[in-house]
Design a binder for this molecule. Structure first.
Ligand SMILES: [Zn+2]
Length: 195
């Protein structure tokens, strides 16, 4: 089954949202709906959303979730350790970086390391990669890896916000290293990179 990826960069925070879709069925998943017009894009393209995946709980990755769910009532997945950040402006860094709370009161489905989430005939593998936050995950799908703010093309995520740990992110990236051979990463900000 053919998997395709569309990238939408949010113009305020530069956060990448990804729409992953099966070409034949039009079934899609959305990773980190940051821009408020992701639902419109999905509608334009004629896709049928099945769920939303969050790479972690920072405000700039979750700020479009409510707008998306207003159009599409689908489950939202986030690692169990970051679920608390959705409704807490201190923990999700919006109070600090935006000067106001950017929160949502949705009830997410929580994930743990090693879970698999099916999209039609495609399957996302969840790999827990804490360090940027406690509940950061990477989603592996075929040759693509959606790394959120754990790993960028030529850098890694900051660790000075709530739940961050320099030692832990180094361990996570060491764990990821051998898993990335031959894969292309799709980070939370900035360009992709093939390993
Ligand atoms: Zn972040």
């Amino acid at each position: 089954m053919q998997m395709k990826i569309k990238t939408i960069a949010d113009r305020y925070f530069g956060t990448n949202s990804y729409i992953i879709y099966e070409e034949q069925s039009g079934k899609c998943a959305v990773i980190d709906p940051a821009p408020h017009d992701v639902a419109e894009k999905v509608k334009e393209l004629g896709f049928v959303p099945q769920f939303v995946l969050l790479t972690h709980g920072h405000f700039d990755h979750i700020c479009g979730v409510d707008a998306f769910l207003a159009e599409y009532d689908v489950p939202v997945y986030i690692h169990e350790h970051d679920a608390e950040m959705l409704c807490d402006g201190f923990k999700n860094a919006s109070a600090l970086l935006m000067g106001r709370d950017v929160i949502t009161d949705i009830m997410p489905k929580t994930l743990v390391d090693g879970e698999k989430i099916s999209l039609g005939e495609l399957c996302f593998d969840v790999v827990h990669t804490p360090g940027h936050t406690q509940g950061c995950v990477c989603y592996f799908l075929g040759d693509a890896v959606f790394t959120g703010d754990t790993l960028f093309a030529f850098d890694r995520g900051r660790t000075d916000l709530y739940g961050g740990s320099e030692q832990t992110i180094v361990e996570s990236i060491q764990k990821l290293g051998p898993m990335l051979t031959g894969k292309t990463i799709y980070p939370g900000h900035g360009p992709t990179r093939k390993f």
